[in-house]
Design a protein around this ligand. Structure first.
Ligand code: GDP
Length: 483
């Protein structure tokens, strides 16, 4: 634990030069930007007549999130939160727009919807459903990488005239890695060359067995363009939600996640928050990441001001002092002092981590993964994302790695696919603590940059034996008795 002299001085409301002078008297020469350790800082503070209270992460963050909902009788069922994923051009945006239109009361004033990052509709069965308005797995996985679990159900869109494509497979991998149930929407069934049966059989290769083939994955044929099948899809989502039995306490203080945030010229920082438990109201003091504020107003997806937002309701929150980041978790706290304590602590930790890592974010190397695994109990797994030049080699690698598994340790292939290493592979790996392996393929430029940012390791091979050998060596290293 360290602190800069400037920051220490700020926190004591002392002048930096006085701190430097005091350190000088003790024989230490420093500049204002120098970093000193916590013990030295404590001595300085006491010398200047301040009482010191060191805060640990556990103190600051305690009770902020995931405190259990205590009163069982307060539990109410909440609407499901749905993310739409699928291959590019298969109709994700069209479907989101079409679903939103099902609920716009035509001719009514205020029926103009505005894009705030998420919206809510009512299914024909009467239940509400919340949709995240950013299609695709990039946003989904980026949020997951930040520890935010937002999505309850993934709708996998597959165009009936195109079938299962690389990003369809990726979406399946992302949903599986996150443990989120998935339902299939076969889109573009209005097209003359639509072949929904082909979609069903192709999905089998990705271990998705739809109902009509005897499995338990719900499937719906839709046309976003002609707006057919949408009501049945909404009904299906409500049924799936009932199976999930999503219950939370609506009476408690609110918790949620920032879906998107921007600095608005007229309104200041605006954050769209998806409330996940409890109820958010104007006047509440909220923290999100390193920002806080008092809720000045709540604006819903129809552009109207609301007095409160309960579980699964997306609202724009006005009143933040700064702009939080998408994926930041939101909590209501009891006082501004507490909010300040939390956010100051978080900004400091963030700065220190960035300094320590030289700017790189989370993510692990193979070596770090091995070390962590050594420390974890039970059957040890390490996660891999594999990309190869041809299907045959990808299958051979997955098969070979599967065989290496023992009762104690196993390689878990989160996603295996054909083609170059993409940014999406990196986000998946980053969110799941995996290493990315390229067999006879390279990483795209964006992917390399993303990997660097996220601190995800990419390893390249052109001989299967070498790859398997490396993994085997790592595993036996794991199994070797530790001294
Ligand atoms: P996204 O990339 O998955 O978001 O796909 P878009 O929603 O942008 O759709 C890609 C293209 O497919 C657009 O030209 C749409 O008009 C078209 N499209 C989307 N849904 C349908 C549909 O149900 N039927 C037909 N015929 N075209 C569709």
């Amino acid at each position: 634990e360290t602190i800069t002299i400037q920051e220490l001085a700020n926190r004591m409301s002392e002048r930096g030069v006085d701190v430097i002078r005091l350190l000088m008297k003790q024989g230490q020469m420093h500049k204002i930007t120098d970093v000193i350790d916590a013990d030295t800082a404590q001595l300085v503070a006491e010398e200047l007549g301040h009482t010191v209270r060191r805060v640990a992460e556990s103190d600051v963050e305690e009770g902020l999130f995931d405190t259990p909902d205590m009163d069982a009788e307060n539990l109410v069922s909440r609407p499901p939160v749905v993310t739409i994923m699928g291959h590019v051009d298969h109709g994700k945006t069209s479907l989101l727009d079409a679903i939103r239109q099902t609920n716009v009361v035509s001719g009514e004033a205020g029926g103009i919807t505005q894009h705030i990052g998420a919206y809510q509709v009512t299914s024909p069965l009467g239940g509400k459903i919340t949709f995240i308005d950013t299609p695709g797995h990039a946003a989904f996985t980026a949020m997951r990488a930040r520890g935010a679990k937002v999505t309850d159900i993934v709708v996998l869109v597959v165009a009936a005239d195109d079938g299962v494509m690389p990003q369809t497979a990726e979406a399946v991998a992302h949903a599986k890695a996150a443990g989120v149930p998935l339902i299939v929407a076969v889109n573009k069934i209005d097209k003359p060359n639509a072949d929904p049966q082909r979609v069903r059989t192709e999905l089998l290769q990705h271990e998705i067995v739809v109902e009509s083939l005897g499995g338990d994955t719900l499937e719906f044929e839709v046309s976003a363009l002609k707006r057919t099948g949408l009501e049945t899809l909404l009904e299906g989502l409500q049924l799936q939600a009932e199976i999930l039995d999503l219950r939370v306490d609506a009476g408690r203080s609110a918790e949620g996640t920032v879906i998107e945030a921007k600095l608005d010229r007229g309104r200041g920082p605006v954050a769209t928050v998806l409330v996940q438990r409890g109820t958010l109201r104007p006047g509440d003091i909220v923290v999100a990441g390193a920002e806080f504020g008092r809720v000045r107003a709540l604006v819903n997806d129809q552009g109207g001001m609301v007095k409160e937002a309960g579980p699964s309701v997306p609202v724009e929150v006005l009143g933040f002092n700064g702009t939080p980041e998408a994926g930041d978790r939101v909590a209501v706290v009891e006082s501004e002092a507490r909010a300040r304590e939390i956010t100051e602590y978080r900004s400091r930790v963030k700065r220190e981590r960035q300094a320590a890592r030289g700017g790189a974010a989370a993510g692990r190397t193979l070596a770090e993964m091995m070390r962590d695994l050594k420390e974890s109990a039970g059957r040890k797994e390490f996660n891999l994302v594999i990309k190869g030049d041809v299907q045959g080699s990808v299958e051979a690698i997955s098969g070979a790695l599967d065989k290496l598994g023992t009762d104690e340790v196993a390689a878990r292939v989160l996603h295996a696919g054909v083609g170059g290493i993409t940014e999406s592979d990196i986000t998946l790996a980053g969110a799941s603590g995996a290493v990315v392996v390229g067999f006879n393929v390279r990483a795209h430029k964006e992917a390399r940059e993303a990997a660097e940012r996220a601190g995800v390791e990419i390893r390249y091979y052109n001989i299967i034996y070498d790859l398997v050998d490396d993994v085997k060596a790592a595993m036996s290293g794991l199994l070797a008795p530790t001294l």
